[in-house]
Design a protein around this ligand. Structure first.
Ligand code: ZN
Length: 311
């Protein structure tokens, strides 16, 4: 390509980029602020860890592990009582509004740890050390700029709401069986033939809805099965249950009991078979289950791989 043409092509590219920025910018700024997440007993994820750090920031004593255990419920209730809120132990909009604090660069406390944990849901990879340095400033600037948020590098209530309410997962998911039932190493095992996972439990283990949704299927075909059409856009299929406690059409919330493990259908022994489908196609559940187990940011089901988890 001649130099003059190459220059022209370069200039055209700049013009196209500028036009794109003009066209995309206002739309991004007009997006609605996401709702505060609601988190409570049995749930896990980054938003739970952020709430735990914020409770500590306000003087509550509790473990920060990303799992909403009895200790977190008790600390939440104590915080709510001290702030004139209904002490239900559930962190919703009103409780978040009291928990979050306005932060600026240079701050060094547990609220910054909550902020760093929330930012990491968006892939910033910050060290959660509570010290707001250059890396945290860069992440906040990038996050706010991308959403048209004002106020410079200050993190106020609106930015908190964007951080905690968006990003997928992070508190909207619960373990499908109690974390004490199986070691972490069982959650990365490949499945035979196609994307799914078999969790080798005994019969009778309490099984929970992994996230909010509607029971779209409760029947045979894979033993006693339950299919949850989830609010995250995925379909979660549980198989081989010994019994079900929800019927088709029921709304379920994360951590709600849906049944008990078993050995019904075509099996050689008791286990919990789980599939995650997006637009009818199976995805590998392992990364999502491991994130829930770890209390880490849960990947969007549509971001899960479709290969590499079966033999
Ligand atoms: Zn299976």
């Amino acid at each position: 390509m001649p130099t003059s043409l190459r220059r022209l092509t370069g200039r055209l590219a700049v013009v196209v980029l500028a036009l794109t920025a003009v066209l995309v910018g206002p739309a991004a700024a007009q997006a609605a602020t996401p709702a505060w997440p609601t988190i409570g007993a049995g749930m896990s994820g980054a938003n739970v860890a952020s709430a735990q750090f914020l409770l500590r920031h306000h003087g509550q004593t509790l473990t920060v592990d990303g799992a909403f255990s009895a200790g977190t419920t008790a600390a939440t209730q104590a915080f709510q009582s001290a702030n004139g809120l209904t002490a239900d132990g559930v962190v919703g909009a009103l409780t978040w509004s009291r928990l979050v604090v306005t932060l600026d660069p240079g701050a060094n406390n547990n609220a910054v740890r909550a902020l760093q944990t929330a930012l990491n849901k968006y892939g910033y990879g910050l060290t959660v050390d509570g010290a707001w340095g250059a890396g945290t400033t860069d992440a906040v600037t990038d996050f706010k700029t991308g959403r048209g948020l004002t106020g410079g590098t200050t993190v106020g209530a609106t930015t908190w709401q964007w951080l905690l309410g968006g990003g997928g997962g992070g508190g909207l998911y619960a373990p499908i069986i109690d974390r004490s039932v199986l070691p972490r190493s069982e959650y990365d095992d490949p499945h035979h033939d196609y994307p799914a996972i078999d969790l080798p439990t005994v019969t009778g283990v309490t099984t929970y809805a992994i996230t909010a949704g509607t029971v779209g299927y409760a029947g045979g075909g894979c033993g006693n099965g339950i299919g949850i059409t989830a609010d995250d856009g995925a379909y979660y299929l549980y198989c081989h249950l010994s019994s079900r406690v929800v019927a088709a059409g029921a709304r379920v919330t994360p951590g709600q009991v849906v049944g008990y493990t078993g050995a019904t259908g075509n099996v050689t022994g008791p286990h919990l078979h789980l599939e995650i489908r997006v637009n009818g196609a199976n995805r590998c559940p392992q990364q999502l289950l491991l994130a829930v187990y770890d209390g880490a940011a849960v990947p969007a089901p549509s971001a899960l791989p479709a290969t590499g988890c079966f033999y």
